[in-house]
Design a protein around this ligand. Structure first.
Ligand code: SF4
Length: 378
């Protein structure tokens, strides 16, 4: 079973923190949709398994007009085998949600919405340069539910300098009050080359702080548990088994095809990423082959990805598999590093499965980096 990712590279305006590939202009929208349809036809053969999930991300997929969505969906459905119960997710910005748009999503088999809300506080939304207001976000969720969408995910961002422990707690409570079954929470990171990085450098916006992150991450873990959400991945929470199928398949190393500028693909051994430039993307597809780079994963890369992806999830790492899959050296390395963190209580073991403990979740990046194997150790 495989996944399909479609990257829609347009936004109404850029959020200060964003480093995803997207353009705040719709100049090439029609040319992009033409090229995307061509890329679907050119590359559908690369997946030899039926699709268990389709994910429209970006950028802002909800900027697609119905005529665009119809053409894209028609091309996807005529070139892939899609499982009857496939998860089809559409990323939507709250300001784009309308009754007509929701009806169009139903008509085009979309059965899961991922809403980029980020915060239910206007002052926090302004810091991030989001277009919507807190009230627009609430109304968008309510309208989507009224129109029959219950498999909804909300994205929130924590660690904002103008957030408080209370506002962060209230943000989480608001998701619960809205009866939304899935939540993705990301720490605000100041990426180089973003407007946020420039504003902070010039002293026009307040910088983020490690203490705020730690405090808000702690609140996140405690509060979500209290509200009945299960932390099934370090940044992802759900109730009633509303796991995100598409993302879970990434963490389990399943194959996926990524189409559109900057989209990544993985066929089990090779990772490929399309050019992150709209004009180059369109021209290359029109010339018969998308401009892309690729790398073939070594055994060490496979081990590092396996450890990183699994340890971030509730399913953990099955330590009995490491030597069998990756050989004695990596098996011994894993056992030796893991035992150090088992002793310190940052990892816990149940049978052969090793997982992050509650306190380990606070330093997960460091533990994972320590478990990595390098060529020098080979
Ligand atoms: S809407 Fe999403 S993709 Fe677009 S600029 Fe904002 S964060 Fe980036």
């Amino acid at each position: 079973m495989a996944g399909l990712y479609i990257h829609i590279p347009f936004c109404r305006r850029k959020c200060h923190y964003c480093n995803f590939y997207s353009l705040a202009s719709v100049k090439y929208f029609d040319k992009f949709v033409d090229a995307l349809q061509k890329e679907i036809k050119q590359r559908a053969h690369e997946l030899d398994e039926p699709l268990q999930s389709i994910y429209f991300g970006g950028g802002t997929p909800s900027m697609l007009e119905e005529r665009h969505l119809s053409r894209i969906m028609h091309t996807i459905f005529s070139h892939f085998t899609i499982l009857q119960d496939a998860e089809i997710t559409f990323e939507v910005n709250p300001e784009d949600i309308t009754e007509a748009g929701l009806q169009s999503f139903h008509n085009h088999h979309i059965n899961r919405l991922s809403l980029g809300i980020q915060s239910f506080y206007d002052r926090e939304l302004q810091y991030l340069n989001r277009i919507h207001s807190a009230q627009t976000a609430i109304s968008a969720v309510e309208l989507a539910q009224k129109k029959g969408f219950h498999n909804i995910s909300i994205d929130l961002i924590y660690g904002l300098p103008n957030a408080t422990a209370k506002s962060w707690e209230n943000n989480l409570e608001q998701v619960f009050k809205l009866n939304v079954p899935h939540l993705s929470c990301y720490a605000l990171t100041v990426e180089p080359q973003t407007a946020l990085a420039r504003f902070i450098e010039k002293g026009q916006l307040e910088n983020v702080s490690d203490e705020a992150f730690e405090k808000q991450f702690e609140i996140l873990i405690k509060k979500t548990e209290k509200l009945g959400y299960q932390q099934y991945e370090i940044s992802n929470f759900c109730r009633d088994n509303f796991y995100a199928v598409h993302n879970t398949n990434y963490w389990f190393g399943k194959k996926y095809l990524g189409l559109g500028p900057s989209a990544h693909s993985f066929d089990g051994t090779t990772r490929q990423w399309n050019v992150a430039h709209l004009k180059k993307y369109v021209d290359s597809v029109n010339n018969g082959q998308v401009s892309a780079e690729s790398e073939t994963l070594t055994l060490i890369d496979h081990y590092n990805e396996f450890v990183m992806m699994r340890l971030r999830t509730q399913w953990g790492v099955d330590s009995s598999l490491i030597s069998k899959r990756f050989g004695q050296k990596m098996g011994a390395h894993f056992t030796s590093i893991a035992s150090k963190y088992l002793k310190s209580g940052h990892l816990k073991k149940s049978g052969t499965i090793i997982r992050l403990s509650e306190k380990g979740k606070f330093i997960s990046d460091g533990i994972i980096a320590d478990l990595f194997f390098t060529e020098e150790q080979d």
